[in-house]
Design a protein around this ligand. Structure first.
Ligand code: GRF
Length: 203
């Protein structure tokens, strides 16, 4: 089996990244994690990736000022130089322009800590508790230009407990994320789930 070459983009601790690296060690996993890229030198995930023997790169967005596309062109060059076929965002805290999203359309995935289309954006766990929602969870989706709006690839829900705190809920959702993202990437890398005109097609 020829494994798809995957890059993971991070900005922080990289626990989802670590879950993907771990999953991809399995022989029959259809993807290999070829590169981890961070936009921040202090992202803890960078050393975590290196400890696992995964190549890393830094593209510091501050070097590009307000020019988002210049930042993304630098990113894109590194991805192409490494012959990357699929890009996974995992706690990557930069909004991507339509240019980059268009270039990677159908090959760009993100994980969001909520049951989309509910709770797009930040502070999802606090907002889920405040709303009185009984169910919450995580979503992996194809990235489109509109934030947190792309076709859903996989989703898993858990119960919100009456006495839940933001931290407790975040911890349980994170456990979900760590199994959901490897599952979703497996589907996409194996060619079983594709981005069609308007939805993630796993038929
Ligand atoms: C995760 O909750 C992910 O869903 C969100 O940002 C967080 C990143 O955590 N997009 P980590 O860096 O993967 O530990």
């Amino acid at each position: 089996m020829v494994k798809k070459r995957v890059a993971i983009l991070i900005s922080g601790r990289g626990s989802n990244m670590a879950a993907l690296i771990e999953a991809a060690k399995v022989d029959d996993y259809p993807a290999e994690i070829a590169l981890v890229v961070s936009n921040r030198a202090d992202a803890a995930g960078l050393s975590r990736a290196r400890d696992q023997g995964v190549a890393t790169a830094l593209v510091d967005h501050r070097n590009f000022g307000e020019d988002r596309e210049a930042f993304e062109r630098a990113l894109d060059e590194i991805l192409h130089a490494n012959r990357i076929e699929i890009v996974c965002l995992a706690g990557f805290m930069r909004v991507l322009t339509p240019w980059f999203v268009g270039r990677w359309s159908g090959r760009l995935l993100n994980i969001h800590p909520a049951l989309l289309p509910h709770f797009k954006g930040l502070d999802t766990h606090r907002r889920a508790i405040a709303s009185g929602a009984k169910r919450h969870g995580a979503t992996v989706h194809f990235v489109v230009a509109e934030i947190d709006a792309g076709p859903i690839i996989a989703q898993e829900a858990i119960d919100v407990r009456d006495d839940d705190t933001e931290a407790a809920l975040a911890e349980r959702v994170l456990e979900v994320e760590h199994r959901l993202y490897p599952r979703a990437l497996r589907e996409v890398a194996a060619g079983r789930t594709k981005l069609t005109a308007s939805r993630a097609d796993n038929g």
